[in-house]
Ligand binder design. Structure first.
Ligand code: KDG
Ligand code: MG
Length: 408
């Protein structure tokens, strides 16, 4: 069996999804997602210029060997661009494998460990009342778990993932449009004074059964993060996400020593080498890698297995930049992983997205039900894809009030 061709498409409704389609001499094709948010053309070029010419003629069933060939063969290992490109190939090969076997990918991984997977949505408000309205709307839609982000009084600009003005509904999505980044101004003291009370108010208002999460988005130093995690302990968060930028894997030790608030980290990691110490030293509770830019199913499965040895559960990244293809790949891992925790889920469900990526996956009452179709269980409509083209976009850049650059 041989790979005969592969094509890359960039575009989608409101997002630059990077979709890889691998064709074979047996008529079976596989789909992968190489979307690296706001840098989408780069994994697309890596695939087109370097990987696809090598892929043609390879046996698609040998997904492990193909993964190793590209990873070790690159010489300059890792990095989000390469790992997103390898990840898309890997997803597509698992899709082909499943279609050949007539089995959903979860069965190839070892079968289902659960019938459905708990997901969380986002609630966001320009102020606390606005946030509570947003939480209520998310709950009305059946979700049982919600990540809450809130505007900070007197903060010079809206901070991470919150609207400028109140009245925006619960589906607020950060505007990344344009090649020049928007500038956010950040003040840690205002955040530290306000956010613990805001979280406590949400807990009081919605009761103990709500699964509540919060994302600090890399803004604190280890000492500040330790103080924050300790202060919010009574709120009973399901997790506190990215309290510090985690390139410094030892930074989390201070947080751990001072607090029992569960910590989730890893959405910017792209390999097991970015999180092996965090996992082995049990400095985190949830690993947040994304199948899209952590090397696909083959590599993320290794991370999940390592995590399982150390009581670390999964909480895969599921921001709207992930296409339904990588969300499907994650859904199969979620169905199988013995150490599954929760899944961030925002992507499927818009008519335009469903038209581009038809699938039998479904979400109801805050639970994700993986499709039983062979392979990944999601398709790609090439005619529909012609409606979209690449639109430049950028993450905001954060400065302190004196102008110093900070972490987005
Ligand atoms: O590309 C950046 C986003 O994916 C990120 O800001 C979203 O932090 C995020 C989250 O937890 O979804
Ligand atoms: Mg996050």
């Amino acid at each position: 069996m041989k790979i005969t061709d592969a094509k890359v498409f960039v575009g989608g409704p409101g997002k630059n999804y990077v979709t890889l389609k691998i064709m074979t001499d047996q008529g079976v094709y596989g789909l992968g997602d190489a979307t690296l948010n706001n840098r989408e053309t780069l994994p697309a070029a890596y695939l087109q210029d370097y990987l696809i010419p090598n892929l043609i003629g390879m046996d698609p069933r040998r997904s492990e060997d193909i993964w190793q060939f590209f990873y070790r063969g690159a010489y300059f290992r890792r990095g989000p661009i390469a790992m997103a490109a390898f990840g898309a190939i890997d997803m597509a090969l698992w899709d082909i494998k499943g279609k050949l076997a007539g089995m959903p990918v979860y069965d190839l991984l070892g079968g289902k460990s659960r019938d459905s997977a708990l997901v969380y949505a986002h609630a966001t408000g320009a102020d606390l009342e606005d946030l509570c309205d947003s939480v209520a709307k998310v709950l009305e839609r059946g979700y049982k778990a919600v990540r809450v982000q809130c505007g900070i009084p007197d903060m010079p600009t809206a901070s991470y993932a919150v609207p400028e003005a109140s009245g925006t509904d619960g589906d607020f999505i950060t505007d990344f449009s344009g090649i020049r980044p928007k500038i956010e101004i950040w003040d840690t003291d205002r955040y530290m004074r306000f956010m613990p009370q805001a979280l406590a108010t949400v807990r009081d208002r919605f009761g103990p059964d709500l699964t509540l999460l919060h994302d600090v988005h890399h803004r604190l130093t280890p000492r500040e993060a330790a103080a924050f995690a300790k202060e919010v302990e009574p709120v009973g968060l399901y997790w506190l996400e990215d309290p510090t930028p985690a390139e410094d894997q030892d930074a989390l030790r201070l947080v751990r020593q001072h607090s029992t608030t569960p910590i989730a980290i890893g959405e910017v990691f792209n390999s097991i080498w970015d999180c092996n110490r965090l996992i082995e030293q049990e400095l985190i509770d949830f690993i947040r890698v994304a199948v899209a830019y952590a090397g696909g199913i083959t590599h993320v499965r290794r991370i999940v297995d390592l995590a399982g040895l150390h009581n670390v559960r999964t909480g895969f990244h599921g921001a709207p930049s992930h296409s339904p293809i990588s969300m499907a790949a994650q859904a199969h891992l979620n169905a199988w992983a013995p150490n599954f925790g929760i899944q961030e889920y925002l992507v499927l469900g818009t008519p335009a997205c469903d038209a581009l990526f038809p699938s039998g996956h479904r979400m109801t009452e805050g639970q994700f039900y993986v499709s039983d179709a062979p392979g990944l269980g999601v398709d790609f409509d090439e005619a529909e894809a012609k409606r979209y083209r690449y639109q430049p976009s950028s993450h905001p850049v954060v400065r302190l009030e004196d102008g110093t650059i900070w972490n987005y």
